[in-house]
Design a protein. Sequence first.
Length: 380
Amino acid sequence: MNVLIAGAGIGGLTLAAGLQQLGVRVQVLERAPVLKPVGAGLVVQINAMRALAEFGLDAAVKQAGAVAAQTALLDWRGRVLTASSLTPWVEKFGQPVVCALRSRLHDALGSHVAPGTVELGQAVKAYAEDDDGVTVTLESGRTLRADLLVGADGLHSRVRAQLLGEQPTRYSGYTSWRGVCSAAGLALADTVSESWGEGRRFGLVPVGFDEVYWFATANAPPGGKDSAQPDELLARYGDWHAPIPQVLRGTPAERLIRTDISDRPPVTRWTSKRVALLGDAAHPMTPNLGQGACQAIEDAVVLAKLLGAGADVAASLERYEQRRVPRANAVVEQAHRLGAVGQWENGLARTVRDGAMRVFGERLGRSGLDALYGFEPSGA
């Protein structure tokens, strides 16, 4: 079997590494002429670590970041709404939660892909499929033939656009800023935290190597622009609890990114005869559950195992949709709803919300994490 993968992101590299271990020929076509870090940091949660372990990729990921011991949800003053140790799930499922810079995670996964697999500056323009395979045309005019094309090319996937037609993204109603700074003197320990205020949130994620990744959100019209300077963010979050002001002051402007938060309404069709979608190309989601990259990793591992099991492509893709569509789409909608609640501005609604999190947050978290982390990647 010969597989073409459009996109050398987290999902595309995971799929390539898994398929190569199973003896499948793989070529990864990456639009960018140079691989640069996209985004800042992320959290590889237990479900994704379990999936990575199917192909022995978990060890490299653990070395790429820091293991988290607990999570906490706070209000903007720093008062704890709910906090949970991750130990029960680590013990139950045998994998940790790893926080890492996206660039380090990318390098860790890339180290398991054979040299020469990824071709840079190769943008997929279109494809034509038949019963025997798929012919892919690149923007350069070059054509390639394969048994399967996998679109792992992100939110604005060209593969998806041809498969499903052009569809608008769904703006969440809020924008985000992300950055990385030194963790020296911040006493963040091994806790992943998020703090909620009036239409604003702020998250802190220690990623190892004496660095902290942070993110902030604020309700705003889409397409807003600013000069992405820490001083501008201090005007929004400078009176929030420590160490948020210190983090903003310690972030170099060149390590700060602004991005509007969007997803797409879920769809139930991810495949055709010889084409499949994966990750954000299939189910782009808001980052409120920290599951975007995690669900892409699950997609990749399930698809690799199905394709490597010896069934024909059509049967493998049918099974892939059956296993992945309901789960990933549920996460999309759950993340969308959680983000909307976290961005509430009304004072009374926020008081009720915060009180409910104090009373029920840990219980809801337990049941939710059992379902989230309990996915069996080896069930393919």
